[in-house]
Write a protein that binds this ligand. Sequence first.
Ligand code: TXA
Ligand code: MG
Length: 310
Amino acid sequence: MKNDDSNIKKTIKYLNNDECVAIPTETVYGLAANAYSKKAVSKIFKLKKRPSNNPLIVHYHNINQLKKDCELNDVFKRLYKKFCPGAISFVLKKKKTSRISRNVTNDSNLVAVRFPSHHLTRKLLKKIDYPLAAPSANISSSISPVSKHDVIDEFGNKIKFVLEGGSSKVGLESTIVNLVGNPNILRLGGIDSKLIYKFIKSSKNKQKGKVNVRMPGSSKLHYSPDIPMRLNAKKNNHGEAFILIKKRKKINKNHFYLSKTKNLREAAKNLYKILRKIKKKGYKKIAVEKIPNIQIGEAINDRLLRASKK
Ligand code: TXA
Ligand code: MG
């Protein structure tokens, strides 16, 4: 507890000096900087080797902090009440008076925002008077980090500080919901899309005319261990690592379990950890057993599909 408090103090010192630090969230670790500071935000892009046209998610403690920066609508308020803090991000209209740096959103008047539930990051956000821009704390298009160790694996000593917060409980990024124009889901993630659709389908907020919100990060190879991957495999070929979702009778050193009981939450939590492990062990090919495409299994399949694309 005492240690946590002094680590939060240290984190704030770096952030106040326009430095980037890694912070724990329940989805994945983020590489955070003051969202109001152009200088601080530009360091995120540089460290991650991220193209400047790929905007960042801005993290807040609560809705009151957000009011200064975004226009809030009814669907947002309902989703916020139901799911926040938690693994969901919202694309909203930025207020003209907002201080969010233009390089966060690549000059757009739309911004993605989120309220992470991890207790340390909530404590941190409460203590600062600016929100945090934070993409996942990995080099662009590599595997997202779910522990302090993973962050160090990505950046080594190029990163000033990692706020230690254990393993990320969800293990996959937030679900991103666009709430400008016709609401829609831009990225599957930690919160089941079905639950979200219940809210946005009944939305009275629908405006006339389509606003075509794109997600710049979705078009490229992503979340990738950079190893050829075969999905829906029944067995593994010679030399292939085999990712499984339920227990097999035979013990085999090439088997890697997301879960032994088809538990999808457990599988999501383990996915990035296992992909990183397989990469470290030097495998040149990966096979993956079929993952049920329900609940968070949808998001697992989305990441596997992207990771398998050449
Ligand atoms: O769980 C998460 O969302 C994690 C944690 C750290 O909060 N963050 C995360 O950020 O996954 P990142 O940058 O790795 O992925 C954010 C995605 C990118 O693909 C980006 O293109 C999209 O969100 N995005 C950000 N702002 C957007 C906007 N204004 N409109 C549409 N897409 C946006
Ligand atoms: Mg990312």
